[in-house]
Design a protein. Structure first.
Length: 190
């Protein structure tokens, strides 16, 4: 008797699970069917719009061929185009003039900050968390950030990151570098 009840329980549980899966599958099918119908409706609407635009283009083409352009209208249009061209040229000249001014004010026409000068001949020893460390002393210039300084050293063949510079200079605030401040640039490990 217990076996039969167990089998009935398992069978009813399996049927309930199958029904739930069937319901979920049906919901997904309904959702996809709705989305497909929306796409078909949108496609039909676009087809109607395209047909209307083709008709309008055809009518405009017929009108332009049949009526002919008035010479006064053409001259007026030509004058307007010439005036627009003059205004455009004046705007271009003004923009070039302003760019030239910005280049003089900024010190360079590219707008990029100059990279710090790197001297690699002044290796020094500096004590850090573990003892002596070889590296370079750098004097902060206007506009410098740790990443700009690190990149300048990398450009000179010295593999260093902003994080390494920060670690080699305990107490250094990377957001508050002062012009003239000397910082230690660690030499890459050999």
């Amino acid at each position: 008797m217990k076996r039969i009840l167990t089998w009935i329980f398992i069978l009813s549980f399996s049927l309930a699970t199958a029904r739930a899966q069937d319901d979920a599958t049906q919901q997904q099918i309904n959702k996809l069917s709705g989305q497909i119908q929306d796409l078909l409706d949108a496609q039909a609407l676009q087809a109607k719009r395209i047909t209307a635009l083709e008709k309008e283009i055809s009518e405009l083409h017929d009108r332009s061929n049949s009526s002919g352009a008035n010479p006064d209208d053409l001259q007026k249009l030509a004058d307007q185009v010439q005036e627009l061209a003059k205004k455009q040229q004046a705007d271009n000249d003004l923009i070039l003039k302003e760019i030239g001014k910005l280049g003089k004010v900024g010190g360079s026409s590219s707008g990029r900050k100059p990279t710090p000068s790197v001297t690699t001949n002044a290796a020094t020893g500096s004590s850090s968390a573990g003892g002596k460390e070889s590296g370079y002393e750098y004097k902060v210039a206007a506009g410098d950030t740790l990443s700009i300084i690190a990149k300048a050293y990398r450009d000179q063949g010295i593999k260093v990151t902003a994080e390494q510079i920060l670690k080699a200079n305990p107490g250094l605030d990377p957001k508050n570098l002062k012009v003239g401040q000397k910082i230690f640039i660690p030499a890459p490990a050999q």
